[in-house]
Design a protein around this ligand. Structure first.
Ligand code: PDD
Length: 292
């Protein structure tokens, strides 16, 4: 089955989906994005993702490309056209197409909106989670506004590539105080020996992950204490369990930090349980996928 993308008002074959070379996203990374999980024929935590989408647009003074209702209709259509039952939907808005100039383009320049959806094997993800993943640490070198989900991801790309070349899956950024901020595309967590879950506060230095918020609720429902504070590499190495959260990887156990193997090198029971029950705490919006 061939894939279909949404590009500025049209549903087009994925292989031919394109924007103009003077799109400001292409030239200046002048845009924002969201990634939302599709799980078991449902959109996961769509409301929270769209709230963050709106916030990112406001922070960069980019006009919303359409109303939320219309956006949701396009999301559902892209998912249906690609027959995605489990996977991800990606949406991106840029400040539009205009002759290259650092200043904002004229106010009537329409923002560009593109969306794609792809199927992701749940089994494959679960297999990765069953083994656990490795992380490396790199110096924080990103700008100060990582709370905005901007498409300017070059430091994240370089850090994650370095992780891959080291046989790891994620790179954690470490700030000038020696505290871990977050991963290249995930939030970072540790579980202390007394069962307390620790993650950095979303006030500064991280993207306020939607998965992070849901996990926080889930953990509290299960009776865990969640502490929002920074933690260092050495504290993480001494933790009982370590994990990552993101819409694409959900709750992902970490079994290696740099050269240090965590415990017996296998995912721990708390993380495995949180992963298994994750969707109990998330908001699910049922979709009608053709051929279901
Ligand atoms: N990544 N931190 C960063 C830098 C991220 O890019 C992401 C999301 C997260 C986790 O946020 P959430 O739980 O809302 O997915 C944290 C997405 C999935 C991506 O870029 O593919």
């Amino acid at each position: 089955m061939s894939r279909v993308a949404y590009v500025n008002g049209q549903y087009v074959p994925h292989s031919r989906a394109a924007v103009h070379i003077e799109d400001r996203g292409y030239q200046f990374s002048d845009g924002i994005y969201e990634v939302c999980e599709v799980w078991n024929n449902s959109l996961v935590d769509m409301g929270s993702h769209l709230d963050r989408f709106d916030r990112s647009l406001r922070q960069l003074q980019i006009r919303a490309p359409m109303s939320r209702g219309a956006l949701v209709r396009v999301m559902k259509e892209v998912i249906a056209l690609n027959r995605v039952k489990n996977g991800l939907i990606y949406m991106q808005v840029t400040r539009g197409v205009s002759p290259r100039d650092h200043y904002f383009p004229p106010k009537d320049t329409p923002p560009s909106l593109v969306m794609t959806a792809k199927s992701v094997s749940r089994l494959k993800n679960d297999q990765i989670a069953a083994r656990g993943v490795g992380v490396i640490t790199v110096e924080e070198n990103r700008w100060d506004r990582v709370d905005i989900k901007s498409v300017g991801l070059l430091p994240n790309v370089l850090a994650k590539q370095k992780a891959k070349e080291s046989g790891a899956r994620e790179a954690w950024f470490v700030d000038k105080n020696g505290l871990i901020t977050e991963g290249g595309s995930t939030n970072a967590w540790i579980i202390l020996k007394d069962g307390t879950l620790v993650t950095r506060p979303a006030t500064h230095g991280i993207l306020k992950g939607i998965t992070r918020g849901v996990l926080m609720k889930l953990a509290e429902t299960k009776g865990f204490h969640v502490e929002e504070r920074g933690f260092s590499i050495s504290e993480a190495k001494q933790a009982q369990e370590v994990f990552l959260t993101s819409a694409s990887g959900l709750v992902m156990p970490v079994t290696k930090i740099n050269e240090t193997i965590m415990g017996d090198g296998k995912p721990g029971p708390i993380v495995q349980d949180l992963r298994k029950s994750f969707h109990e705490a998330s908001e699910l919006i049922k979709l009608n996928v053709a051929g279901d």
